[in-house]
Design a protein around this ligand. Structure first.
Ligand code: DOR
Ligand code: ZN
Ligand code: ZN
Length: 446
C-alpha cells in the first residue's frame, strides 16, 4: 500500500508523552504512528528534522467576522491567521452582521465559509427569539450556543430569567453546551452611566465599569438558573479570582460546568493596558496582578479547562476613538496564542502536556469534536509542527489577520509553529499559506 504522506524523523505528543517517531497520513487521517522502519511507502515524504508534532490546536473562541464585518476580518484572512498560529480548528462566534441566530443565518454563514476557509470551522449560534427554532439550529449543525450577558445581542431576552430557564431546559435536552460571556448587563450599564455623568471616559473608567463584581454577578446568576436544568455551561474568558471561585464551587457541587481563560488575561495586566492604551482594550478587561496570579493557579490546579484566543479583530481606527466607550473592544490573537504558550513552556511555567490539554484535548472533549484533539491512528490528520528552540520577535505587521497590531508586538517568543496540516493537507509552511481557499472543513455537530 502507498499512503499519501509520511512525516519522518519527528517527535510527537502521543499518549501523554513525547516520543521519537514518524507519522503516515492517508486520506486525511493519521494512518500510522511508529518507527521509520515500519512506515508504509508514500507518495510524498517530508523530513521533520526533529521538530515536534502536536495535535492541531482547537481554538473554541474566535470571531471570524466576514459578511457585514468583512472589513475587519473574513473567513479567508481569519483562518489563514489560525493556520499561521498552529490552530487547525476554530469555533466561530455569532455576534456577526447579521447575528447568527437562526437556521437560515447559520446555513448562509456555512455556505460563505465553505469556499474560503483554510482550517476547520465549527459555528456557535446565539439564541433565537422563538425558542422553537433552537432545535432547528442544532439540526443545521451549530456546535454550541453563545449567550452574551453584557448587552442584548441574540433573540433571547437576557433580562428575563424565566426565558433563560426555558432556553437552558431545551438546550440541555439537546445536549449542546452554552458558552457565556459573563458580565452582568444591568450592573455594567449602571456603572457606565454614573461614570459618563461624572465625565470619566478614559481607561480607568472602563476598568471601573467592568469590575470583578460585574463578572461574578453574571457567573452566579447564570449558575443559579443552570442548576435547575442540567445544561452544560461553559464560561468564556474568566478573568477574576472570584469569577473563577464561583465556577470552581459549581464544579465541586457536581454541576456540568467548564471554563476558559485567554492568553491576554494571563500575560497582560492593567499596567500593560495603561502603557499600551486602548489598542489593548478587550472585554472583560485585563486585570490586576493578584487576579492574574489566581488565573495561573486555576491553570496549575486544573480548574481552568481551556485556553482560547478570543481573536476579536477590529480596524486600527476603531481601536483609537476619543471616548473609551466608543472603542471597539477586542484584539487579534490567533497568531500569538501558541507562540506565547510555547514561550512559557520554555520558561518552565507550562508543559507541553498542559498546552495540548488546554488547547486540543479538552476543547475536543467539551465540544464533542470527534476524531480531533489527539494524535492517534484513525484520527483526522490535524497537526501543528513546532520548533521549540526558535527565538524571534512577534511582528504584528506580518499577521495574516486583517488586524495587523497586537499588544504583544515586539515581544520575544521562543517556540514557533512551522507547519500546519489540516485533514492531512499542508496549509501553512514556514509562515506562508500554501493551500487553496476552501481547504478547511465545516464542522457540524452530529
Ligand atoms: O473584547 C471583546 N471583543 N469582547 C467581546 O465580548 C466581543 C468581542 C468582539 O466581538 O469584538
Ligand atoms: Zn466575550
Ligand atoms: Zn469573544
Amino acid at each position: 500500500m502507498i499512503v499519501d504522506l509520511v512525516l519522518s524523523n519527528g517527535k510527537a505528543y502521543v499518549n501523554n508523552r513525547i516520543v521519537d517517531c514518524s507519522l503516515a497520513i492517508n486520506k486525511g487521517k493519521i494512518f500510522k504512528i511508529g518507527k521509520e522502519a515500519n512506515m508504509p511507502k508514500a507518495e510524498t515524504k517530508t523530513d521533520l528534522k526533529n521538530l515536534l508534532v502536536l495535535p492541531g490546536l482547537i481554538d473554541i473562541h474566535v470571531h471570524l467576522r466576514d459578511e457585514g464585518k468583512a472589513y475587519k476580518e473574513d473567513f479567508y484572512s481569519g483562518t489563514a491567521a489560525a493556520a499561521a498560529g498552529g490552530i487547525t480548528t476554530v469555533l466561530d462566534m455569532p455576534n456577526n452582521n447579521p447575528v447568527t441566530m437562526s437556521a437560515g443565518t447559520l446555513r448562509n454563514r456555512m455556505k460563505i465559509a465553505e469556499r474560503k476557509i483554510l482550517v476547520n470551522v465549527g459555528f456557535y449560534s446565539e439564541f433565537p427569539r422563538n425558542m422553537k427554532e433552537i432545535e432547528e439550529i442544532v439540526r443545521e449543525g451549530a456546535v454550541a450556543f453563545k449567550l452574551f450577558m453584557a448587552e442584548q445581542i441574540g433573540g433571547l431576552n437576557i433580562d428575563d430569567d424565566h426565558a433563560l430557564l426555558e432556553a437552558f431546559k431545551i438546550i440541555s435536552g439537546l445536549k449542546v453546551p452554552v458558552a457565556v460571556h459573563a458580565e452582568d448587563k444591568i450592573a455594567l450599564k449602571k456603572a457606565e452611566e454614573e461614570l459618563k455623568l461624572a465625565n470619566c471616559n478614559d481607561i480607568e473608567a472602563f476598568l471601573k465599569a467592568h469590575s470583578e463584581s460585574v463578572e461574578v454577578k453574571a457567573v452566579k446568576h447564570l449558575l443559579n438558573i443552570a442548576e435547575q436544568t442540567g445544561v452544560h455551561m461553559h464560561f468564556c474568558h474568566i478573568s477574576t479570582e472570584n469569577g473563577l471561585k464561583a465556577v470552581i464551587n459549581a464544579k465541586k457541587s457536581g454541576m456540568p460546568v467548564t471554563c476558559e481563560t485567554t492568553p491576554h488575561h494571563l500575560f497582560l495586566s492593567v499596567d500593560d493596558l495603561r502603557r499600551i492604551g486602548t489598542l489593548a482594550l478587550i472585554m472583560p478587561p485585563v486585570r490586576e496582578k493578584h487576579q492574574i496570579a489566581a488565573l495561573w493557579n486555576g491553570i496549575e490546579n486544573g480548574w481552568i479547562d481551556v485556553l482560547a484566543s478570543d481573536h476579536a479583530p477590529h480596524t486600527l481606527e476603531e481601536k483609537k476613538t476619543k471616548l473609551v466607550w466608543d472603542v471597539k473592544v477586542g484584539i487579534p490573537s490567533l497568531e500569538t496564542t501558541l507562540p506565547l504558550l510555547l514561550t512559557e513552556v520554555k520558561r518552565g511555567r507550562l508543559s507541553i502536556a498542559d498546552v495540548v490539554r488546554l488547547m486540543s484535548e479538552k476543547p475536543a472533549e467539551i465540544f464533542r469534536l470527534k476524531g480531533r484533539g489527539f494524535l492517534k491512528e484513525g484520527n483526522n490528520a490535524d497537526l501543528a509542527v513546532v520548533d521549540l528552540d526558535k527565538r524571534y520577535k512577534i511582528d504584528a505587521s506580518k499577521f495574516h489577520s486583517k488586524a495587523k497590531y497586537s499588544p504583544f508586538d515586539g515581544w520575544t517568543a521562543e517556540g514557533k509553529p512551522i507547519k500546519t496540516f489540516v485533514n492531512g493537507r499542508l496549509i501553512m509552511d514556514e509562515g506562508e499559506i500554501v493551500a487553496k481557499a476552501g481547504s478547511g472543513e465545516i464542522i457540524r455537530r452530529e
